[in-house]
Design a protein around this ligand. Structure first.
Ligand SMILES: *Cc1c(COP(=O)(O)O)cnc(C)c1O
Length: 375
């Protein structure tokens, strides 16, 4: 990561004095593994998901993997996922031995299409895994209705959407389980870490067992489990970050409003009615037919000191582990036209809360110039 003041970074993870102090305090206490800080972090995070049970783990991927395991999903089951996402979503399905079935996304939200999800349902389908991509909530009312019609579980991949909501309900409070990530570039972090949220006390207990070798009481193992515990160092950092989450989200949303108003020549990200978008990414679409192609715009922005990134250049169904042709290892449902279009057009520009007003201006002016061919 560069420290050149002329360069506007794509992301700016915070490791401030408060985070350092919290980590040192835990290290000096000698109680560093899953302990009181983890319990406090879970309780505090619960307030952000309508009071649901929270189970902290060591990554967002573990949160997804544990959720599917706790729901009893495994070999022979199909799980409907978007292909336009980070590979972790589909990896979790494969890690439990189930089959990811890739369905298309909606144009505006970049999230799983309820219509495509319903068309992908077969007698083997066990769950739907919507992703609240870029911080925009997926269409949960419609997706929940599809799940209810077909008796499916819903597991939310909320790794990019801390604090996002739909009609006042926070993400992570819709599905049987919600899964968050606290990787450094996410809207808040714990170095590495994740959280499962659930309204079901029995499922929460199973998740706690799975997290720690199947034990609640030491050496009284009840089931076969993993070790995906969060350390108290991570939890202490997560607790510090959680205190700033609302303020950071407000900054992200204000930055996004400024970009919405200032950008021209590109398609800015629409927000669905009733949705609270938390802008993990501010993702524009660059239409090659209307001018330059996306990769040229990306390169020219980089050359002018504007960090930017393409999430995701290759849809997951075309990645090596999922394209073998063996249907059990992953296959597509219907056509993924919107997925392919998004993969060709999406470009994320900085929206993080550390942007200064001057940087936001320079970002806006430079994007407009590059897109219009004036830079
Ligand atoms: C980051 C991310 C994950 C995985 O989280 P980790 O903490 O990195 O394991 C899963 N899904 C999506 C959509 C993500 O962006």
């Amino acid at each position: 990561m560069t420290t050149d003041p002329q360069v506007i970074r794509a992301a700016a993870p915070v490791i401030g004095e408060d985070e350092i102090e919290a980590a040192v305090r835990v290290l000096r206490s000698g109680m560093v593994v899953q302990g009181p800080e983890v319990a406090a972090f879970e309780e505090e995070f619960s307030k952000f998901v309508d009071g649901r049970h929270c189970v902290a783990v060591n990554s967002g991927t573990s949160a997804l993997h544990l959720s599917l395991t706790a729901l009893g999903i495994g070999p022979g089951d199909e799980v409907i996922v978007p292909s336009f996402t980070f590979a972790a979503t589909a990896n979790a399905v494969r890690l439990v031995g189930a089959t990811p079935v890739f369905a298309d996304i909606e144009r505006d939200s970049f999230c799983l299409s309820p219509r495509a999800a319903e068309a992908a349902v077969t007698p083997r389908t066990a769950a739907i895994m919507p992703v609240h991509l870029y911080g925009h909530p997926a269409a949960m009312a419609e997706l929940t209705a599809v799940a209810e019609r077909h008796g499916l579980a819903v597991v939310e991949d909320a790794a990019q959407a801390h604090g996002a909501a739909l009609d006042g309900t926070p993400v992570g409070a819709f599905g049987a389980a919600g899964c968050f990530s606290f990787y450094p570039t996410k809207n808040m972090h714990s170095l590495e870490g994740g959280m499962v949220t659930t309204g079901d006390a029995a499922l929460a207990r199973t998740l706690r067992l799975l997290r720690n070798q199947g034990m609640e009481q030491r050496y009284a193992n009840e089931i076969v489990g993993f070790n995906v515990r969060m350390t108290d160092v991570s939890a202490a950092i997560g607790r510090v970050q959680l205190r700033s989450l609302d303020a950071w989200t407000d900054r992200r949303r204000a930055n996004a409003s400024a970009l919405d108003a200032g950008l021209s020549g590109v398609i800015t990200p629409p927000v669905a009615e009733g949705a609270r978008h938390v802008y993990h990414q501010y993702t524009i679409r660059v239409d090659a037919e209307a001018g330059k192609d996306r990769d040229t715009v990306s390169r020219e922005l980089q050359e002018r000191g504007i960090g930017n990134a393409v999430y995701y250049p290759t849809p997951v169904h075309r990645l090596k582990p999922f394209r073998s042709g063996d249907r059990a290892l992953g296959h597509v449902s219907g056509d993924l036209a919107e997925t392919e279009l998004a993969a060709a057009q999406a470009l994320s520009v900085p929206v993080h809360p550390m942007l200064t007003p001057e940087e936001l201006d320079r970002l806006t002016v430079t994007v407009n110039k590059v897109v219009e061919g004036r830079a």
